[in-house]
Design a protein around this ligand. Structure first.
Ligand SMILES: [Zn+2]
Length: 244
């Protein structure tokens, strides 16, 4: 309940005034109030890793999977608050593998296959995968957005990178980039898909911020703000993007 109250407060303090101003200026851009709400895309929120697969671990022992879930839950709550359809692939600290998978490797493979299947079950889904970065050196920091090779992914990633810079960290000069071929999930879905590395667990300052509930809510609010624009058709695909 405390989390919900905090999310509500941040949402109204940071997001709602801007959203209301935008609505009053461009009321036709808000399908929630129009006659064709069924065409709205569904934000499929993937909290990366989970269960036995904790993902990256910070030098002080913070698990990436826990932070991913905390931010994902906040993004999902805010979607609900603003009437934007969303679904979470996992809502607990669990892996999504089949019961018959035994070894850690089998569980990881099964988990990723199941995540792809769950994303593809959403007829009108757009995938948002939430992760945390790590690096052998502690000097790197800053959120970065990666995009799948599917149509619509690059535009969303670039807009999300700009939103994160504007709302969360103006000094972050990172640019949106194509996802590595080694990232299974984003290379096996056919819908628009982005992955956000919210920050570096290996940077002590950023590690502290990422554990702060207000900072997590701020990240989620930025994500929601960009998503509302994208899902309402205010971010245009002005190039021939996407090869898949
Ligand atoms: Zn990860």
């Amino acid at each position: 309940m405390a989390l919900f109250k905090r999310v509500l407060f941040i949402a109204f303090a940071a997001v709602f005034p801007a959203y209301l101003a935008f609505y009053l200026t461009f009321p036709d851009c808000f399908p929630a109030f129009s006659s064709t709400p069924s065409t709205r895309p569904v934000l499929v929120i993937d909290a990366g890793h989970g269960g036995e697969d904790g993902g990256a671990i910070s030098p002080s022992g913070v698990l990436e999977s826990h932070l991913n879930l905390a931010i994902a839950k906040r993004a999902d709550l805010l979607c609900g608050l603003f009437g934007a359809p969303s679904v979470m692939l996992r809502q607990q600290d669990i892996s999504l593998h089949d019961p018959k998978a035994n070894t850690l490797r089998e569980k990881k493979v099964s988990d990723l296959h199941n995540r792809v299947e769950l994303v593809m079950q959403q007829g009108n889904g757009v995938l948002l995968s939430i992760h945390q970065n790590s690096f052998p050196s502690e000097k790197y920091s800053g959120a970065q957005v990666f995009f799948a090779p599917t149509k619509g992914s690059q535009s969303l990633a670039e807009a999300m990178q700009i939103t994160l810079r504007t709302v969360v960290e103006p000094s972050n000069s990172r640019q949106a980039a194509a996802i590595s071929k080694s990232v299974y999930l984003l290379n096996h879905v056919s819908c628009p898909a982005i992955l956000i590395e919210c920050g570096f667990l290996t940077n002590p300052t950023e590690e502290r911020k990422l554990q702060d509930s207000n900072y997590q809510t701020k990240l989620a609010a930025a994500i929601l703000g960009c998503w509302l624009q994208y899902s309402n058709g205010q971010i245009y695909l002005d190039r021939d993007e996407g090869t898949a």
